[in-house]
Design a protein around this ligand. Structure first.
Ligand SMILES: Nc1ncnc2c1ncn2[C@@H]1O[C@H](COP(=O)(O)OP(=O)(O)O)[C@@H](O)[C@H]1O
Ligand SMILES: [Mg+2]
Length: 287
């Protein structure tokens, strides 16, 4: 399941990830009203379930699904052109997507555009952070043309993102030791969002470093797992998880919870581990 950028923004706000202030509008008049409450440095963004909007083209020839604006009048104008129009980007296919809403937000002064994502890697059954200094571009293209510009950091599912890993990523993304506090806090917040909202992908592109030196999330895409088979607490046995407890049933989160539970039990000196039982289910095994 995908959500729109404005919905992702609400989620990011909730987890303490900085995003430019803004609101979603379904009509040009509404967009104008929002613009008046925000000031003079604005951006209007078409809300569709696809990326590449900035470089996209509307079916009537209007260029670009992301535009900067200075006045509420300009915002109204842009919203009028976008709402009800169909936007074609390299991710939508030739049919494009109908724009029903636009996000009106404050624009930020961009110094650098970075890429930061947390994704569930099926290969190692755990979260992996992918980061790059080539933000604002199509990451698949970067992966093809400049594979070395992409960093991958595996996160241990039971231990979570460690402070040293966040610092390492900050350093590789070009933050000086004195500027690392804010990006590190942001990386942890995005990671928490990923785990707690049961996402399969949280992609921040671009993660903007502003002229003032702050970091802010300007573009975001979230994908969620289809089913939530997530026990909030977990002690033992597969019975409580039903079929979701089988890794073949796609129960990574269950594995994750079981590892965490096993770890907790071991802390208290109990002998157990998470693994496959005789019946093939993933469960806590007591020794
Ligand atoms: N709030 C903003 N302030 C300034 N520039 C922005 C803002 N939002 C987007 N942009 C610019 O527009 C580009 C495209 O926006 P983005 O959200 O990445 O959409 P898409 O990837 O669908 O084109 C960004 O890379 C950035 O350069
Ligand atoms: Mg983008």
């Amino acid at each position: 399941m995908n959500i729109h950028e404005y919905q992702a923004k609400e989620l990011l706000d909730k987890f303490g990830v900085a995003t430019p202030p803004g609101k979603v509008a379904a009509t040009a008049a509404e967009a104008e009203g929002i613009a008046r409450s925000l000031g003079n440095n604005l951006v209007v963004k078409a809300q569709i379930h696809a990326g590449g909007r900035g470089k996209g083209t509307f079916k009537d020839g209007f260029q670009g699904g992301v535009h900067l604006a200075k006045t509420a009048g300009q915002v109204k104008d842009l919203a009028e052109k976008m709402i009800g129009n169909t936007l074609v980007t390299h991710q939508t296919g030739a049919d494009g997507r109908l724009v029903r809403k636009v996000l009106v937000a404050e624009s930020v002064q961009i110094e650098k555009e970075l890429y930061f994502a947390v994704v569930m890697d099926r290969g190692c059954s755990g979260p992996v952070i992918i980061a790059s200094t080539r933000g604002g571009m199509d990451i698949e293209h970067v992966a093809e043309t400049e594979p070395d510009a992409i960093l991958r950091e595996k996160v241990h599912p039971a231990l979570g993102l460690q402070p040293y890993q966040a610092r390492k990523l900050s350093k590789l993304l070009g933050f000086a030791p004195t500027e690392m506090r804010e990006p590190c806090r942001m990386f942890h917040a995005v990671y928490n969002l990923f785990i707690e909202s049961d996402c399969s992908l949280v992609e921040i592109n671009p993660l903007v470093v502003t002229k003032g030196g702050g970091s802010v999330c300007v573009g975001c895409q979230n994908q969620f797992r289809r089913q939530r088979a997530v026990p909030s607490t977990c002690d033992s046995g597969h019975a409580r998880y039903g079929r979701g407890g089988s890794p073949r049933g796609g129960g990574f989160q269950v594995q994750f919870e079981l590892h965490r539970a096993g770890w907790r039990h071991r802390l208290y000196g109990q002998r157990c581990r998470a693994g496959h039982g005789d019946d093939g289910y993933y469960q806590l095994l007591w020794r």
